[in-house]
Write a protein that binds this ligand. Structure first.
Ligand code: GDP
Length: 468
């Protein structure tokens, strides 16, 4: 097989192996090192094809203990709608500004850092609710160290409170309960503590080990105490990472910025990210052109648990994807190209044939489409909204959903499945436009989600034909 690939004679390889003191026959398996040696001996170049050879393997924390130093905790704020998650995140951000971080206003980059009184830091994910948390987890990214569960003292335990508790428990992430709106006359913190017992959350006052704190996001009561409790919890967790190594970071948010190109907010998992570093993120390679912190200031490097914006990406990655610094551009391109090939293979395998498109086994009609939008949040919202339009008779099938302009690949995919392309605040690039014309692919442009779902609903009704 190896001889065939090189266009050499099998017997010549065997002879060469004999010279290397290896007594083998022509159909015997040889190990990788020997194979590489042979290929070089014959003056050929090695092309690696297996995943283990090409892709980046280690994402585990395999740094020696003695190289690790304490890192700030990463905190997610969860809880029921209207219980004050956004108000709390805003209030915490302000405590930081008043503490006199030069620069003042914190930018909305998806995460920010707060400095505690004793100078230690806490990183907050600036996306309230559990959607971001679960989406990241679904992609295998467990970035959250601590969950702050916000419960309004005038309302109580609600469905999303229970969901948040379940998510935190499933992810094995410790919780701190923030009993909010304590300024309200009808607030009853004790009732909340009691009610939490029903969901197996035992706060310290109820002789459990979950910390709780009464706060008012509105007038700032209890915020210092909350930060202290987070710091205490973080100490117990002994969070550590090695700073002096090539960086590994998780994408929290990413978008196509009109002026700056693709921009991703990342949290550094370990190592230090430096300007000029070459990296791979998902199927794209890139070179760090600039690092911007949560104060909107350009910085030269970022260490563990720091949230920063990274400029210099080749495309827009998805939340939860890992950004890995590699030794050089060639390696970055190799890994990115390999991943792109894998992704295309997967997409082709997923794309239905035109017959499948109309009827699958259970006789449910499928309505395929390709979705492109300007930001990741919209991609996710649209995909969910479209899936929700499916019923027992007809199913919306999103063949591909992504951020950025509509490209040739999108048009090819849509055309192959006779699917329309939905462009949300995005348009096709020049090459894609030609293909759209040539293949007669239908385009649906929108900038309001419900207009989009209205149009699709109409389409679905049309596909179903007159009611029986
Ligand atoms: P979210 O949906 O959980 O993000 O909740 P919001 O932060 O948007 O808050 C919902 C409502 O509760 C808003 O009208 C806030 O002004 C109000 N609110 C939030 N925190 C407090 C608080 O501590 N006290 C009072 N009285 N109102 C609050």
């Amino acid at each position: 097989e190896l001889a065939k690939r090189m266009g050499e004679k099998g017997a010549d390889l065997v002879k060469e192996l004999f010279n290397l003191d290896m007594m083998v026959t022509v159909n015997q398996t040889i190990d990788q090192d020997t194979a590489e040696l042979l290929v070089e001996q014959f003056g050929h170049t090695i092309q690696k094809v297996s995943e283990a050879d090409v892709d980046i393997q280690t994402t585990e924390d395999d740094d020696p203990v003695e190289t690790m130093v304490p890192r700030p905790p990463i905190v997610a704020v969860m809880g029921h709608v209207d219980h004050g998650k956004t108000s709390l995140l805003d209030a915490l951000r302000k405590t930081n500004v008043t503490r006199g971080e030069a620069g003042g206003i914190t930018q909305h980059i998806g995460a920010y850092q707060v400095t505690t009184k004793d100078g230690s830091k806490v990183t907050f994910l600036d996306t309230p609710g559990h959607a971001a948390f679960t989406e990241m987890r679904q992609r295998g990214a467990n970035v959250t160290d601590i969950v702050v569960l916000v419960v309004a003292a005038d309302d109580g335990i609600m469905p999303q409170t229970i969901e948040a508790i379940k998510h935190a428990k499933a992810a094995n992430v410790p919780m701190i309960v923030a009993i909010n709106k304590i300024d309200k006359p009808e607030a009853n913190a004790q009732k909340i503590r009691e009610r939490l017992l029903e969901h197996e959350v035992m706060v310290e006052a109820m002789s459990g080990d979950v910390q709780d704190v009464e706060i008012s996001a509105k007038n700032g009561t209890g915020l210092e105490e909350l930060i202290e409790k987070i710091a205490l919890q973080a100490e117990l967790l002994e969070l550590k990472a090695r700073p002096d190594r090539p960086a590994e970071a998780t994408v929290v948010e990413a978008q196509l910025d009109k002026g700056r190109g693709p921009v991703a907010t990342v949290l550094i998992n370990r190592g230090t990210l430096k300007r000029g570093d070459t990296f791979v993120v998902g199927t794209e390679s890139g070179k760090v052109r600039a690092i911007v912190n949560d104060q909107g200031k350009q910085i030269k490097e970022a260490g563990p648990s720091m949230p920063v914006e990274v400029l210099g990406l080749g495309g827009v990655p998805s939340a939860g994807e890992l950004l890995t610094v590699v030794e050089n551009e060639q390696r970055a391109r190799e890994v990115a190209q390999y991943r792109q090939e894998k992704a295309t293979e997967k997409r082709t395998a997923l794309a239905p044939t035109s017959f499948d498109t109309m009827f699958n086994k259970s006789n449910v009609i499928e309505w395929p489409c390709v979705v492109k939008a300007d930001v990741q949040g919209s991609v996710e919202a649209i995909t969910t909204a479209l899936h929700n339009l499916s019923n027992d008779d007809i199913k919306v099938r999103v063949l591909h959903a992504g951020v950025g302009a509509i490209t040739e690949t999108d048009v090819q995919l849509a055309s192959g499945s006779k699917a329309p392309i939905i462009g949300f605040n995005v348009r096709p690039n020049a090459k894609a436009r030609e293909l759209v014309k040539r293949d007669g692919v239908r385009m649906m442009y929108h900038d309001v989600i419900y207009h989009l779902t209205d149009e699709v609903t109409g389409e679905l009704l049309g596909e179903l034909g007159p009611l029986k």
